[in-house]
Design a protein around this ligand. Structure first.
Ligand code: GLC
Length: 475
């Protein structure tokens, strides 16, 4: 019986994964405003050099292995165990905190795996929409330091996660959800919770909403003061935004929009946060303006080059958090995405979800390692690069070094096929007399111009490798 229930739960979980991807994606703002502060500009430039990061979703949802937070929301697209009453389901979900005991908590393993994959910045979910805090906040008891893990010397997990990645030289990002469905000042149990928004009329209860604003301010203040150096504050839940920013474009994204102004005063929060963390990047997703320092299209890659900072966040599996029987993307697929993103001027933030015990699945580590093997020898064509006038010719993508002295061509090879004897591309050709180096072997290759194309002959040594995600050339 238990077994059947488990199977049903697992099937439901995978359906939900797919559903969730369609319905709760954050879109991309169509305008961008460059920050004016020199220290923010400097950090942004440094961030643009990193190119490859990890977005870690970890919270109570890892206990049963379900989609992060969304199942306690009552929007029509959300499916859950149909036999339970909504309010009972919420109670069950909140109660997961009593079972969350990550006794094998191992942020050093996470940081090592990310480093080995070639990642250079990280973003960690300090609090998702469900309100469960992965840091020792003083503003609520709904937190990892109040439950079975509380006596553990590393119970204040966010602190140790950030430290483990800092020790590996990463830029550090705090994910923070502006909506908080556990807070009585966001979802007040006096009323039903029909959608993702504040469920009472803020115009009627301004004192209540002000309390929520202060709560948000205080939580972010804790994160900015007590957790060491932070480079970016990644604010999720774009529907919590000033009413005047709800344009027709935002309405067209389709999420329910309330009549009241549910905004938490990001300018005030950002001023406080930047005092504590000079140059901090604030990424107020989809709220275009001075606090969306880079854009964050989700699960997609923009069609063309964008001349402002941006990052695609894409899951390694299908879900953000850990779910059982996850299907991971192949290393080749991830590398191809990274190449396309970087050639268009963006960065890839890859989603990884540790299990409830505090470790990352071996299969996930294996994929990350394989990505890293490629990054180790081809990284010059990725890190610290900028866009070129011609960024693409079919499956070949181009980048250039920041000083524009070196150009790179990245030829994406079809998955699971042998390496061809020659490759060719148009559009970004080596100048006469230039040497063309194959990064994976470190050797110069033979090349000729044929009309508007360059044709490169590959050395036998690389031809012996059975499969290879992409060839990178420097010239
Ligand atoms: C979406 C999802 C949210 C997830 C985020 C990560 O906004 O709604 O659950 O954390 O994407 O990018």
């Amino acid at each position: 019986m238990k077994c059947i229930r488990l199977v049903i739960l697992m099937v439901l979980a995978s359906i939900l994964t797919l559903k969730a991807q369609e319905n709760n994606l954050h879109h991309q703002s169509s305008t961008y405003q460059w920050p004016s502060e020199p220290d923010v500009r400097a950090k942004l430039d440094k961030w643009q050099d990193q190119k490859f990061g990890v977005l870690i979703h970890w919270g109570v949802y890892a206990v049963p292995g379900i989609i992060e937070s969304w199942q306690i929301c009552s929007e029509p697209w959300i499916e859950r165990d149909s036999t339970s009453v909504y309010e009972d389901y919420k109670k069950w979900y909140w109660g997961l905190s009593k079972e969350f005991n990550p006794v094998k908590f191992n942020p050093e393993q996470w940081a090592q795996a990310a480093k080995d994959a070639g990642m250079r910045y990280m973003v960690f979910t300090t609090k998702h929409h469900d309100g469960f805090c992965m840091f020792d906040t003083k503003q609520t008891d709904y937190k990892i330091t109040n439950g079975p893990f509380e006596a553990n010397p590393r119970a204040n997990v966010a602190k140790y996660v950030f430290q483990a990645f800092r020790d590996q030289g990463f830029m550090i990002g705090a994910y923070f959800s502006k909506p908080d469905w556990h807070s009585q000042d966001f979802w007040w149990s006096k009323y039903a919770t029909p959608d993702r928004n504040v469920n009472y009329d803020i115009r009627k209860y301004p004192w209540k909403w002000n309390r929520f604003k202060q709560f948000t301010y205080n939580q972010i203040s804790e994160l900015m003061h007590d957790y060491g150096a932070i480079d970016l504050l990644w604010l999720d839940g774009g529907w919590v935004r000033p009413l005047e920013t709800v344009t027709d474009e935002v309405r067209a994204w389709g999420a329910a929009i309330p009549e009241w102004n549910q905004e938490v005063d990001i300018p005030r929060i950002a001023a406080m946060a930047r005092k504590a963390q000079p140059g901090l990047l604030v990424v107020d997703r989809t709220v275009s303006g001075p606090y969306e320092n880079y854009q964050t299209p989700e699960q997609t890659i923009p069609d063309k080059v964008l001349d402002h900072p941006w990052e695609s966040c894409i899951t390694l599996g299908n879900a953000w958090g850990w779910v059982p029987n996850e299907q991971y993307k192949s290393p080749t697929k991830v590398i191809h995405k990274l190449i396309e993103i970087v050639s268009k001027g963006g960065s890839l933030l890859l989603g990884v979800g540790p299990r409830a015990d505090g470790t990352i699945e071996p299969e996930e580590i294996r994929v990350l390692n394989r990505i890293g093997e490629w990054m180790k020898v081809n990284g010059d064509a990725i890190y610290g690069t900028r866009v070129t006038a011609v960024y693409r010719d079919g499956d070949t993508f181009f980048t250039q070094s920041k000083d524009a002295k070196t150009h790179y061509a990245l030829v994406c090879l079809p998955e699971n096929k042998d390496i061809p004897k020659t490759v060719e591309w148009k559009g970004n050709l080596p100048k006469k007399g230039r040497k063309v180096k194959l990064l994976s072997t470190g050797t110069n290759v033979k090349w000729v111009l044929e009309g508007d194309k360059v044709k490169v002959t590959l050395p036998a040594s690389i031809l012996k490798k059975e499969k290879y995600p992409a060839l990178a050339f420097a010239f």
